[in-house]
Design a protein around this ligand. Structure first.
Ligand code: AP5
Length: 187
């Protein structure tokens, strides 16, 4: 199973990953987590990424692509059950780069799950979480960036016949059941 979790920041992608991993045995690749680990370790990559993350902007393409490419090639060899991308791709350039990498290793995507949640609910959720980039100004900018750069991927993946909408409100368990209903079709 090879899937992408698509949705605005705070739409609940990360929250659903444990249940998906437990049920389907896939490995997750979450660019936000990978980047935060680089920042915490004080690597050069982390130092370059941090100001962009603090402002709620996308980290430059070359940084993210390097992390993803290596991760995916290793994964394709080590986990036959597949992978789930969380937080990548985030714009058209990243989506095209992902297609190119997956073509090269003959592992095309099966599905893209799009989590639909309205922005006011998202702001409430993220202000309640309190991660370093969860202040109101940064949250609003992350949502603007989503709207401008990431939302066009809805159309991109719809045209490829890969997009499935998931209503992202309700309890975590209810959303998990909606996700499961879709993923069981391809498991
Ligand atoms: P990233 O780590 O991807 O963060 P994000 O996009 O802001 O998304 P979140 O992790 O906040 O949202 P989520 O949908 O996973 O929601 P979650 O489950 O956590 O990226 C951070 C930064 O890194 C970016 O701004 C960018 O700078 C950089 N970056 C990352 N990837 C990049 C890329 N590919 N290219 C360039 N830059 C990149 O839930 C959110 C909250 O809601 C939690 O508190 C949760 O408990 C709560 N919640 C979840 N579900 C529910 C529910 N059903 N009801 C009530 N509350 C809920």
């Amino acid at each position: 199973m090879r899937i992408v979790l698509l949705g605005a920041p705070g739409s609940g992608k990360g929250t659903q990953t444990d249940a998906i991993i437990a049920r389907y045995g896939v490995t997750t690749v979450a660019t936000g987590d990978l980047l935060r680990a680089e920042v915490a370790a004080g690597t050069e990559l982390g130092l370059r990424a941090k100001p962009h993350m603090d402002a709620g902007n996308l980290v430059p393409f070359d940084i993210v692509l390097g992390m993803i490419e290596h991760g995916l090639q290793t994964l394709a060899k080590t986990n036959p059950k597949g992978f789930m991308m969380d937080g990548f791709p985030r714009d058209l350039a990243q989506a095209e780069a992902l297609d190119e990498i997956l073509d090269r290793i003959s592992q095309p995507l099966d599905l893209v799950l799009f989590f639909e949640v309205d922005y006011e609910e998202i702001v409430k959720r993220l202000l309640g979480r309190g991660r370093a980039d969860d202040n109101e100004a940064t949250i609003r900018n992350r949502l603007r960036v989503f709207e401008e750069k990431t939302a066009p991927l809805i159309e991109y993946y719809t045209r490829k016949g890969l997009l499935r909408n998931i209503k992202g409100t309700g309890t975590v368990e209810e959303i998990g059941q909606r996700v499961q209903a879709v993923l069981d079709e391809i498991a």
